[in-house]
Design a protein around this ligand. Sequence first.
Ligand code: FAD
Ligand code: NAG
Ligand code: NAG
Ligand code: NAG
Ligand code: NAG
Ligand code: NAG
Ligand code: NAG
Ligand code: NAG
Length: 555
Amino acid sequence: MPRIPMLLLSSCLSTLQCPVVSGQATNGATASSEALYDYIVAGAGPAGIVVAQRFAETGASVLLLERGGPSTFATGGTETVPWNDTVTIYDIPAYSHQLNLIPAADGAWCSDIPGLAGCILGGGSVVNGLQWVKPATWDFDDFPAGWKWDDVAPAEARLYERNPGTSLPSADGRYYDQAAYQVLTKQLAPYGWREVDTLVEPDAKDMTYFHPADNVLGGLRAGPVRTYLPLAEAKENFKLQLNTKVIRAVRTNATITGVEVEDASGSRQIIRLAQGGKVILSAGAMSTPRLLFNSGIGTTEQLRMSRNGSISPVGKNIQDHPMFRLVWNVTDPALSNLTSLSTAQYLNPSAEDVALFAQGSGPLTQGNIRLNLWQKITNQDGGIRFIEAMNFVRANGTVLMGATLTRGADSRGELGIRPNGTTYFVRDPWLQTAGDREAVSTFFQLMLDYARGPESVLEYSRGGHGATVEDLWAGGFDSARHFVGSARLGTDDGRKAGGSAVVDVDARVYGTENLFVVDASVIPSLPTGNSMAITMVVAERAAESILALREKKKE
Ligand SMILES: Cc1cc2nc3c(=O)[nH]c(=O)nc-3n(C[C@H](O)[C@H](O)[C@H](O)COP(=O)(O)OP(=O)(O)OC[C@H]3O[C@@H](n4cnc5c(N)ncnc54)[C@H](O)[C@@H]3O)c2cc1C
Ligand SMILES: *[C@@H]1O[C@H](CO)[C@@H](O)[C@H](O)[C@H]1NC(C)=O
Ligand SMILES: *[C@@H]1O[C@H](CO)[C@@H](O)[C@H](O)[C@H]1NC(C)=O
Ligand SMILES: *[C@@H]1O[C@H](CO)[C@@H](O)[C@H](O)[C@H]1NC(C)=O
Ligand SMILES: *[C@@H]1O[C@H](CO)[C@@H](O)[C@H](O)[C@H]1NC(C)=O
Ligand SMILES: *[C@@H]1O[C@H](CO)[C@@H](O)[C@H](O)[C@H]1NC(C)=O
Ligand SMILES: *[C@@H]1O[C@H](CO)[C@@H](O)[C@H](O)[C@H]1NC(C)=O
Ligand SMILES: CC(=O)N[C@H]1CO[C@H](CO)[C@@H](O)[C@@H]1O
């Protein structure tokens, strides 16, 4: 392999090669690695792993860079549990919603963004709630031609072939710990709701409920770390490098020549692309914008224009599902003996549950959500929005309903970068519009009406049957951690007046030759459900486009 001379960046050769943002910007990258890559992918989350694997299977040389360390046992993760030394806390489905309570997982979260995301091999896919929600066909309506439902269907099929998800995670065919399911099915029974298998009918999202589909395979957490990464690692032309933080794409005008990275000791290096190579940013919706800003691409406010950046509406369109945690008390004495395992019982499981787990069965093989429900809300002005509620039990005799406002929500936030390199909300993305608040209130009223119905088995925990919509609002809301849109994909080039897109239909950053974004950032509007599956569909579809560019060039 040819040796590349050391690159000294102590002085900028031209303004356009200079890093833009202070704090994260370089002033001391000294060495350059000797290898040259066809593809450098920044971030090994759901999107980054999928695109890197698809590139690697063509025989191209691929470097996948991840700032975090290993996660699952198979990847070298060391956070095993006392009762099984071949599984880590990330492997166990029942730990998915408890990870924030497990100190050993503290290092898994990103520390430099305004919300929760995983900064560990697998990104969100190893720390998330395991909800495997296949996108609805209309979730692609706001994408441009080439990305509509019919266009992405083959990409989806490829994804589900490897990573199908399951509505029945326990191998023995039983559902465990079903208190929330039993209570809610009874509560909904009088009102015409329909039980569906969401994996079979992903478009059934109005007055439907179901056992959630979990991202579980063989009793363990599934996802790209298990279903894609091993395929890539089997190829000699693929390299995964952990504990390596990408700082920026190194560019000369429109051409990217490599990336600047920082290792765990803080030392910096330039890794170079081969001739015709491409850099893919897959750092997630709250971190990819940092990489763009640092590469001189963003809004004037974020770039402090004196540095001659390229103007682009990076961060402008960030969106998320707001989530309300509503606690309902069970009032029906016939249901009062329903109990649910506590967090302590999951973390220190019984010998029986440990033995079941070893067989791929039992409560430890399930995620924590017990029943999902969807409702379509039509506002006074005709606007349509969806509500998804994820239900489980945190205390006996109660149901915790995580009600989230999803597709149709039209609030938009803006993500910026601070001088020290952390990203923050210039404007937060939740419930900024009257229409979004109206839809939430309508859903609250419906649940209160049900609670006051003759056959009700629930009442709101604060205020009981006298509770009002205002009482439900009073509990506040939180992020559902489903961030999208901070580098949206579209044909309306954001460098031009009125344009909003950061990347074109090939996921290429406008104004660059060979810089791409492939992750939840490019999704133009909120999906109807949780964002992991649609992000992986987008990655499969983007890999197709990016590989086709190479073919086009050959011709
Ligand atoms: C707590 C939580 C619960 C969730 N629950 C669900 C759920 O149940 N179902 C669902 O569908 N979705 C859920 N989500 C959302 C889902 O996980 C995300 O939509 C999805 O992971 C987004 O994938 P991504 O590839 O865009 O980015 P990410 O998953 O954020 O991956 C980005 C990767 O890039 C790495 N990275 C970041 N910056 C750099 C850098 N500078 N250099 C190198 N590497 C870098 C990160 O470490 C990470 O590995 C949840 C998210 C969280 C945080
Ligand atoms: C970059 O662009 C500037 C301005 O258009 C031009 O003068 C310069 O030659 C370009 N640099 C390279 C290396 O192409
Ligand atoms: C709960 O009570 C019902 C009768 O009301 C009974 O049929 C059922 O077995 C009880 N369940 C448990 C777990 O005790
Ligand atoms: C519910 O009650 C059962 C039986 O008393 C107990 O084992 C369990 O820990 C309780 N669950 C919660 C969530 O408190
Ligand atoms: C640990 O979990 C794995 C994976 O489910 C299983 O194969 C193994 O038998 C378990 N070991 C023990 C000691 O339970
Ligand atoms: C970055 O700056 C913000 C705002 O000044 C501060 O709150 C935050 O703690 C800083 N973070 C780091 C990692 O320095
Ligand atoms: C609901 O249950 C909780 C805990 O048992 C209790 O504190 C609260 O008062 C109950 N709410 C109502 C309205 O009865
Ligand atoms: C095209 C452009 O914006 N050029 C600017 C680059 O930065 C210098 C100095 O900061 C300005 O003088 C140029 O106008």
